[in-house]
Design a protein around this ligand. Structure first.
Ligand code: A2P
Length: 274
């Protein structure tokens, strides 16, 4: 659980993070984040649009764990894209979190279009130079969005693309492009939002390793080289999802899991936006 990898800017990021999408603001989020931190997680992934940044910040302070030992990500939502509006949105996120810097700030989606995406990226670069944000990246970007950003020769390149990816949605082309560009992949909805957890083929693999289907999916992400962000609001499942560092899925079973791909999107898919 204390495994890290280095981003292309040489900063370290914990490979496992707690995703808090769809966890109610208030006690539910505070509990989940505290349980995760007590279970050894050191990486929390939130977003302005999740409305639970205040609770994430409260839990971090309650945990007593020093700020510099916790990796916090939040995201710039569509309505705030643009230069001045992105700077203001980041300020508001910092205020809500009660932090004086964010480890990773992501553009949440490419949907606002080329002009506003570009302005937003310029704002994110400014936030790095101001020390308010340590690393910057994108989320839900398709290959064409990444080409647009990289083609503009930005001063700072994105270190991460956070996308939905799991065995039923392997996104080989997008993943290969990111890898070639040294953009790390963060896997969200690594459990397919729970939609595919009862798959009988998955269950068979899980039985073979004496692990749960969720643990197999998280391990698959890690062995693919992804940073993985399972969401749970339940103490036992939060703990279970971190218990994935004591086994290896054999190559043959990794290939079998890869073969589940059916381009299944469990949520939304902004990677196809113009
Ligand atoms: P819950 O929050 O009640 O634990 P994803 O990370 O792909 O978005 O999936 C999140 C969904 O999977 C949530 O419905 C979550 O429910 C459920 N979930 C999380 N961890 C587990 C687990 N270990 N076993 C079964 N379901 C899980």
């Amino acid at each position: 659980i204390h495994s890290f990898c280095a981003l292309s800017n040489a900063r370290q990021i914990p490979l496992l993070g707690l995703g808090v999408y769809l966890i109610e603001p208030g006690k539910a989020t505070e509990d989940a984040v505290l349980w995760a931190l007590q279970a050894g997680y050191r990486h929390i992934d939130t977003a302005a649009i999740y409305r639970n940044e205040v609770s994430v910040g409260n839990a971090i302070r309650k945990s007593g764990i020093p700020r510099d030992q916790i990796f916090v990500t939040t995201k710039l939502f569509d309505k705030d894209q643009g230069y001045e509006s992105a700077l203001a949105a980041c300020e508001l996120s910092l205020e809500k979190l009660g932090l004086d810097y964010i480890d990773l700030y992501l553009i949440h989606s490419p949907r606002p279009g080329p002009e506003r995406r570009t302005e937003s990226w310029n704002a994110l670069q400014k936030l790095v130079s101001q020390g308010k944000v340590k690393s910057i990246g994108v989320s839900n970007y398709g290959v064409h969005h990444l080409k647009e950003l990289l083609g503009s020769n930005p001063t700072i390149r994105p270190v991460i693309n956070q996308i939905e990816v799991h065995p039923w949605l392997t996104r080989q082309e997008l993943v290969s492009f990111c890898e070639a560009q040294h953009i790390a992949i963060e896997a969200y909805s690594p459990l397919s939002r729970g939609h595919k957890l009862e798959d009988p083929m998955l269950d068979k693999i899980a039985a073979k390793y004496s692990k749960s289907p969720a643990q197999i999916l998280i391990r698959w992400s890690l062995q693919k080289g992804y940073i993985v962000l399972p969401k749970s609001a339940n103490k036992e499942r939060i703990e279970q999802n971190a218990d994935v560092f004591d086994f290896d899925i054999a190559d043959g079973d990794m290939n079998l899991l890869d073969s589940f791909n059916e381009d299944y999107v469990s949520g939304w898919d902004p990677t196809v936006a113009p």
